[in-house]
Ligand binder design. Structure first.
Ligand code: ZN
Length: 244
């Protein structure tokens, strides 16, 4: 089975459209590591698309915030403003959908998806030090996560752990090692923060254990204009250009 793995879409329709165009015909099913909304100007369109096309979704912290499940005091002022705007903008159906999203991990045929980490949906897994203690908690040999908006993977080789490939590389497919376990971040569709402004995604073929971490350029200018026209904080538009 061939999967398209998406994370951190953040209401960016232009980025999602570009990913779908770039991956058309290359997957059988779509899964998502959360944060459908928050920051971007098209939360409704993105959520409706996910409702219709994504088979397995776990909730992200922004999904919780934007449907009233989160205390917004924990958010910085910009994220809070975006969450309140998103809450006002979403239809009752989409708000209800976000409210019902399950907390990860969610299991599939031989892999799992989580938002932050397998033990804490709000944990940021950035460094080897962050990833190391999680090895014994991985719910499956291949586990996809998001939340950091940084594309890459951690490979667990018996007692050793190493980082494989970070961002900014051209699309390339790797055959994962059957004996090793992996914590894989497809990167963020809608707001990359690994200094590569292109929309990020992963393709995972469970038959061949083949993983592709891909990037695609999208119409950043239109996404920025929509954010400004919506009255969302300027920074949310500016940061899309640099991917930071
Ligand atoms: Zn996010």
């Amino acid at each position: 089975m061939r999967y398209l793995v998406l994370s951190d879409l953040h209401g960016n329709w232009e980025a999602l459209s570009a990913v779908l165009t770039a991956t058309a015909g290359r997957y059988d099913s779509v899964v998502c590591c959360g944060d459908l909304v928050g920051y971007g100007a098209d939360p409704g369109r993105v959520t409706s698309w996910v409702r219709e096309h994504v088979s397995v979704v776990v909730r992200g912290n922004h999904d919780r915030a934007c449907c009233g499940l989160e205390n917004l005091d924990w958010f910085n002022p910009i994220a809070r403003a975006a969450a309140l705007w998103t809450q006002r903008t979403l239809s009752p159906e989409n708000l209800a959908y976000l409210r019902e999203l399950p907390k990860g991990p969610a299991g599939l045929e031989n892999f799992a998806v989580v938002h932050g980490s397998p033990v804490d949906e709000d944990e940021y897994v950035v460094s080897l030090e962050d990833a190391r203690p999680l090895g014994e908690y991985l719910p499956a040999p291949r586990c996809f996560f998001g939340h950091t908006h940084i594309q890459g993977a951690f490979e667990y080789v018996r007692q050793n752990l190493r980082t494989i490939r970070l961002s900014g590389l051209p699309s390339e497919t790797w055959i994962l090692d059957r004996d090793n376990w992996y914590l894989i971040n497809p990167g963020s569709v809608g707001q990359p923060r690994d200094c590569d402004p292109r929309a990020a995604f992963a393709l995972f073929d469970t038959d061949g254990d083949a993983l592709t971490l891909g990037r695609v350029e999208y119409d950043i200018l239109t996404a920025q204009r929509k954010i400004l026209a919506a009255g969302l904080p300027d920074l949310l538009a500016l940061r899309l250009a640099t991917g930071e």
